[in-house]
Design a protein around this ligand. Sequence first.
Ligand code: SF4
Length: 321
Amino acid sequence: MPELIGIARLAAESPSLLGKKRVEYMSLTTRSYLTRCNNPRMPFRWMINPYRGCEFGCKYCYARYTHEFMELRDADAFEKKIFVKSFGPRRFLGELRKLPVGESIAIGTATDPYQPAEALYGVTRAMWEQFARTAGFRIGLVTKSNLVTRDAGVIASASRRHAVTIVVTITTLARDLAGALEPLAPRPELRLRAIRTLARAGIRVSVNLAPVLPLINDSEASLDAVAKAAAEAGAVSLGANVVYLKDCAKSIFFPFLEAQFPALAGRYQERFRNNAFLRGAYPEMIRERVGRIRRKYGLDSSREAAEPELWPRDPQLTLFS
Ligand code: SF4
């Protein structure tokens, strides 16, 4: 077996924290909490993932490839071996202080920061506590979990010093469909309740209708129902993306389709055989449909909130605690 290096070696040396029936939690040493995003199409410059892997195990999840970097290549390792990044508040604060004002940071680009591990280890909450000691960033956090409401107080504090948006993903209001697609994620009505709680706490909330899955959750009625319920709960913006399927996602999603949606399996396989993305008329139709629904409910498309009053103007004054 070749010698492991980098993150694969760190993962192999990670001590186990807890073994549950289905999932094992491991402690992972990390060199830096902030990772620079070099993809110019992404609307943020920095990424933070407090965990590696995600217990929610969504069938379409594109982030499974991140376990391959650790030489964990079983298709379901991503949802069964969860790495908890060992957190040092001073070190995290030190990294934040090196960033200039106005930088954009996305939390949860390859994991759900409020998955069940967060209830035990609290890494995401510990990060918010440090954000509340700094100022001037654009911060977006994406989650499917109502556990985020536990931190409404500290997120509201951070929102007074940064432009914060909490993005709650809801792919469908149909409970059975959500349960099939996102087996261990909280039910859609709990996510809606989370939107309401956060909005009432004065936090800007966006609803994320992603992924849009052809012939599964893409009807006007289905998308409209999510947008309507989210707007009524207090979301101010709506994002949506058509599904994309990397090979790591196909290895879970295609067998799932064959079992649950056999009539669609062949069409998906044909369309995604050589591409991770769908191109052409379909994404254009969804863009138009979502735009119409956004206008209907007065939802914004932007991911950024207005600049907070406390935003430091002096370029010499980077961050303060
Ligand atoms: S919640 Fe997000 S990161 Fe977790 S399994 Fe689902 S899609 Fe993947």
